[in-house]
Design a protein around this ligand. Structure first.
Ligand SMILES: [Zn+2]
Length: 165
């Protein structure tokens, strides 16, 4: 799903509670999509649910990464049949305590959520308030990752709160 379709889907999903002034989808961020990351790779802007605007991550809580961007997460919109979409980048979150609000799916025993060559997906991440998602996923590295959990938010599935001037 391209950004235009995502924007339309999100607008439809949030018709009752439109994003506030200063909250933007990735392609609408003032200064362009690169403005979401600081020079150290951290998120420069607060990350919010694109539908209900619930705060997901405060600035600096995650690090931009180009790994695992092709993970096959279901579409955020049901309009296109749930086709998986790759992300331009992901936000890697070091541990769950970094999140302000996030919800985890509860897969049924035996469910396979997929993965890529490096990561086995164990949970989908969704908005804790309105259940919009998947906004990202969690899982464990398939090889050499030990017990460390990987938490990813897909860069084009969340909204960004522009800094107030
Ligand atoms: Zn929400």
């Amino acid at each position: 799903m391209d950004q235009a379709k995502l924007a339309a889907a999100l607008a439809a999903a949030s018709s009752a509670r439109r994003p506030a002034e200063g909250v933007h989808l990735l392609q609408d961020v003032p200064g362009g999509p690169d403005a979401v990351a600081a020079v150290d790779g951290g998120n420069a802007l607060a990350i919010r649910c694109p539908s209900c605007r619930s705060l997901v991550l405060r600035p600096g809580a995650a690090v931009k990464s180009l790994e695992h961007t092709a993970l096959a997460l279901p579409s955020i919109s049901r309009a296109d049949g749930g086709a998986a979409t790759p992300a331009p980048f992901v936000w890697s979150v070091a541990d769950m305590m970094r999140f302000e609000n996030i919800g985890f799916s509860k897969p049924l025993p035996g469910d396979s959520l997929g993965g890529d060559a490096g990561l086995q997906i164990e949970r989908y991440l969704a908005c804790a308030d309105c259940d919009l998602g998947p906004l990202g996923c969690s899982g464990h590295l398939a090889a050499g990752g030990g017990a460390a959990k990987t938490l990813l938010i897909f860069g084009d599935r969340v909204a960004y709160e522009a800094a107030r001037t």
